[in-house]
Design a protein. Structure first.
Length: 516
């Protein structure tokens, strides 16, 4: 009943901003709302005032939200935002085929990354897949999983594998914006060079990086086409924060669309409560979240569901495109380090890339995100505190002193609570603290797996296949089992033919075409 009341009330609140209306509607019927079974028990215990108070409070919150919205100028346009919409599992079945390819003009994209094994896998997918047309404007390297020098070399090497050396690679920040040292723990996951020795072994004849600074590149590239460019960040947000803080940049950041891998609603992967990218440079993340840009956070809760294990590795070994097979030794080591025996390992960066290009693969909700900065103990640094519903929102947005003052005023006369004041006060808090990000805490992992494999496995005919070919992904068996129908073969020979093979400068192994 209360859900219907909320929706009916919103229908009349015509001046409510669209994202506020969606927020209230989506929150009204979640499991975090009032416990109606408890309310019924209270009713049977002759606690009718508790029921009335609960209903009045909910109505006051909604009406307050609407009243605060009315206070805004009617001339103010609704903010245009790049939001991954909330979809249900019914929209795209978890075990069904991935959504059809989108017929669209090529999307301009900048990738900010710290390669990193999973970063390299994401770059290979982005630049190999033909499902989503792209115009890459540049790759910006940042220190994170490895040093910025290693990250730059690794990005250049991946582009060399892909024969896409026309894409500029810009060396970015060598240290966090936060006054904290660059962590070396990434060596335990990605090796000392970021790619388990592939970067060190294959630096011959790589193109020179772009001479511009990251800030200059962002400001020059985005200015005048802010709404046309998607910025995908796969590492710490240092480069973007520096560009946003540049006094003479000239970019209208409120129009910039950013999809960022980082943060977590529950738990962490660096400490028990923090995700690595946010932990490494929390002050940079706070800058990006505070500039009014159209930010989508693909959090650990979501990207942790996209995994790689023995079955996918065998598909990549047997049918992977040459660049993916060049990465395979590093990918296998990465997976063995992160997975339990015979298990799966999270592969975050390709998940963020797919979520950025196809909203149908990600489940996003408007959220209020705050981040603990570098001035807290190391184990809590970078924790993202995320409010996704109307219960969490006021307590994150306002101090307890303010909420206590509201409560005291409402019950100044205990027998005549001032719910009108409550409505205005809570509504004001909500309007002062609108959503600052779309939070992706769930993904359609099975569809992503298929989309990923379609992008990085060789189509029939190999390199001679026509552009735009949308080939079925090889079927995976159960985790740890052989892929269904995957041919066995030497990873150094092409299963499909028509594509040059890559070999690596490793002990006892010669280099092949492009594998430098």
């Amino acid at each position: 009943m209360l859900c219907l009341l909320n929706l009916a009330t919103m229908q009349g609140a015509t001046t409510m901003q669209p994202h506020h209306a969606i927020l209230v509607a989506s929150m009204a019927c979640t499991r975090n709302r009032l416990d109606f079974s408890s309310t019924r028990r209270l009713s049977r215990s002759s606690s009718q005032p508790s029921i009335l108070f609960s209903l009045a409070l909910a109505l006051a919150l909604i009406l307050g939200f609407g009243q605060a919205a009315q206070a805004q100028s009617p001339q103010s346009p609704s903010p245009q935002s790049f939001r991954i919409p909330k979809v249900t599992i019914d929209d795209v079945e978890r075990d069904g085929e991935p959504p059809a390819a989108l017929a669209a003009a090529p999307r301009k994209i900048i990738v900010d990354t710290d390669p990193g094994v999973d970063d390299a896998a994401a770059l290979i997918w982005l630049l190999s897949q033909q499902r989503y047309p792209l115009t890459p404007l540049g790759i910006v390297a940042v220190a994170g999983n490895t040093s910025v020098d290693n990250a730059t070399t690794n990005a250049l090497m991946v582009l060399s594998w892909l024969r896409r050396t026309e894409i500029p690679v810009i060396p970015g920040a060598a240290a966090p914006l936060s006054p904290v040292p660059l962590s070396s723990t990434g060596k335990l996951i990605h090796g000392p060079d970021g790619l388990w020795y592939l970067g060190w072994a294959n630096q011959q004849e790589l193109p020179a990086p772009d001479p511009r600074t990251a800030e200059t590149f962002y400001c020059q590239t985005l200015q005048g086409q802010e709404a046309e460019v998607l910025v995908l960040t796969l590492g710490p947000l240092t480069n973007l924060a520096k560009a946003m803080s540049a006094a003479d940049c000239g970019v209208e950041w409120s129009q910039v669309q950013i999809v960022s891998l980082g943060g977590a609603k529950f738990g962490g992967n660096q400490t028990p409560v923090t995700e690595f990218n946010m932990w490494q440079d929390p002050d940079a993340a706070a800058v990006v979240l505070g500039k009014g840009a159209q930010v989508t956070l693909v959090t650990l809760d979501g990207f942790g569901q996209f995994t790689i294990g023995p079955a996918m590795l065998k598909v990549l070994k047997n049918t992977g495109m040459p660049a993916m097979r060049a990465l395979l030794p590093a990918l296998e080591t990465y997976a063995s380090v992160l997975s339990s025996e015979g298990g799966e390992a999270a592969l975050p960066d390709p998940a963020a890339a797919m979520a950025a290009l196809d909203a149908r693969l990600a489940l996003g909700r408007p959220g209020l995100v705050k981040i603990l900065g570098s001035d807290v103990p190391e184990y809590g640094r970078g924790q993202t505190v995320i409010a996704l519903d109307l219960v969490e929102w006021p307590t994150l947005a306002a101090t307890d002193a303010r909420l206590s003052q509201i409560a005291d005023t409402v019950f100044a006369d205990p027998l005549n609570p001032d719910f009108g004041y409550l409505a205005g006060a809570i509504g004001a808090i909500l309007m002062e603290n609108p959503p600052n990000a779309t939070v992706v805490a769930d993904i359609l992992a099975q569809q992503m797996r298929r989309v990923f494999l379609q992008g990085v496995t060789a189509p029939p005919g190999g390199a001679n296949a026509p552009a735009g070919t949308n080939t079925p992904a090889p079927e995976l068996g159960d985790a740890g089992s052989a892929p269904v129908g995957a041919p066995d073969g030497d990873p150094g020979t092409s299963a499909q033919g028509g594509s040059p093979e890559y070999k690596l400068y490793l002990p006892g192994v010669q280099v092949g075409p492009g594998g430098r």
